[in-house]
Design a protein around this ligand. Structure first.
Ligand code: NAP
Length: 400
């Protein structure tokens, strides 16, 4: 089955700031925590449903860095939880999978209410059971996605845009149902906690160090290591298309600040009013500017060789992600709004975005430092790029 472009490169279960320091003698629940050099806030008990894969781990790490007491729930199959958290191993596919951390009396055991729950699941049944079992928690933050929207063609659309129908089933069987599954998850959270006690964060494309999908690492890495001796890099011709990347660290920190709510310190700009539904997305940047930034951080000075959409499609190059692709290039008219949504509501609530150059420099350092196989998840192999560049050169030199 061929998946739509937005889910290509994603799998079912794919992979700090130094703001906080816990004051000596701090105890759970009531401790005061120094934030940066200026503010003081209340330590929170935060439950991360996830924490062993990329974003969840970054959320847990950010929460620990802010001095919170952090518990993660996962099976432990995706990876390790970060240092400083308590990992509860549990399978959320089981009816009583959350018994060890439940706050509701509907389960056999119950614990003190969590100040905030942060959930990265994509399975409606997992989220429905969590909403039931954690009902006494103060706040439920759900990481959703821009894939919940019914239309992906309009530029600048906000959170009020129409949604897909929710998935009725408890289990999403394939990534083709990803958007509908997330709609069902959102609905369970909003029905259970209401907009005042919940945050549905509709994330856009996440990037930065740790991006195993290769979508944000490909361009700086390719510019740092062109496939040919003349340094040429093959790029899409249509550079007016929009891109929109949120750094994993910015997203994680904003979610943690939302979990702090009024306890956040105003003096370090950390207080967050994020509640209800928000697009948690990067700023819109044209593909041309994105490539120029990637080129600058990689120090590339070789030629850019542009290929038009029709030529790329004819030569089997995929859009956006996956094998033999040009990452972030999304020219399908039905998907041109996918990376062009409004993030105004989240920014007004305190979402702070670092410069794209920092994200791309850091993902490049991660790619090179970790010795990642190239390309991984998305992009052209060196052999593919060399072959395409040769064919393009031949086509351009042919008498026309
Ligand atoms: N990547 C993007 O560009 C993008 C864009 C928009 C939205 N998002 C959203 O961002 C989030 C990414 O989260 P992530 O990076 O942390 O990766 P993920 O793979 O979505 O994380 C899944 C987490 O849930 C745990 N899990 C899975 N099945 C479980 C089960 N049966 N019982 C208990 N735990 C289970 C996994 O741990 P174990 O396997 O160890 O159990 C893992 O920690 C997702 O919500 C995704 O939809 C991503």
């Amino acid at each position: 089955m061929r998946l739509p472009p937005y889910v290509r490169g994603q799998t079912h279960h794919p992979g700090a700031h130094r703001y906080g320091a816990v004051l000596p003698g701090a105890k759970f629940g009531v401790a005061r925590v120094r934030v940066g050099f200026t503010g003081v806030m209340t330590r929170r008990r935060i439950l991360v449903l996830g924490g062993t894969a990329w974003l969840g781990r970054e959320i847990a790490r950010a929460a620990v860095s802010r001095g919170h007491e952090v518990t993660c729930v996962a099976r432990g199959e995706s990876g390790e939880a970060p240092d400083g958290v308590t990992l509860v191993r549990a399978d959320r596919d089981h009816e009583d999978g959350l018994a060890a951390v439940a706050t509701s009396t509907s389960t056999a055991t119950s614990t003190e209410p969590w100040d905030a729950v942060i959930d990265v699941s994509r399975q409606p049944g997992q989220v429905r059971r969590a909403v039931r079992d954690l009902a006494a928690s103060g706040l439920y933050i759900f990481v959703s996605t821009g894939n919940v929207y019914a239309d992906q063609n309009a530029s600048g659309a906000d959170e009020d845009a129409p949604l897909l129908d929710p998935l009725a089933a408890d289990v999403m069987e394939s990534m083709a149902d990803y958007g509908q599954a997330k709609v069902a998850c959102e609905r369970a959270v909003l029905d259970g906690f209401g907009p005042e006690r919940s945050l549905v964060a509709r994330s856009g494309l996440i990037g930065g160090p740790g991006d195993l999908s290769g979508r944000t690492g490909y361009w700086p890495t390719r510019f740092a290591h062109p496939s040919g001796s003349d340094g040429a890099v093959l790029v899409p011709g249509d550079r007016e298309l929009s891109t929109q990347v949120i750094d994993v660290r910015d997203l994680a920190m904003w979610l943690v600040r939302a979990a702090e709510g009024d306890a956040g310190s105003a003096s370090d700009g950390a207080r967050s009013s994020a509640r209800g539904i928000m697009n948690a997305m990067g700023d819109r940047v044209s593909l041309g500017d994105h490539l120029a930034t990637a080129r600058a951080v990689a120090g590339h000075t070789g030629p850019l060789v542009a290929a038009e959409t029709e030529w790329l499609v004819r030569h089997g190059v995929e859009e956006f992600a996956g094998p033999k692709s040009l990452p972030l290039w999304l020219s399908d008219p039905d998907w041109r709004g996918f990376m062009a949504r409004s993030n105004a509501r989240a920014k007004a609530s305190g979402l702070t975005l670092r410069p794209l150059a920092e994200t791309l420099a850091d993902v490049l350092a991660w790619e090179l430092g970790a010795g990642m196989e190239q390309p991984h998840g998305a992009g052209l192999s060196e052999a593919e790029e060399r072959e395409l560049l040769a064919e393009l050169a031949q086509a351009m030199s042919a008498p026309g």
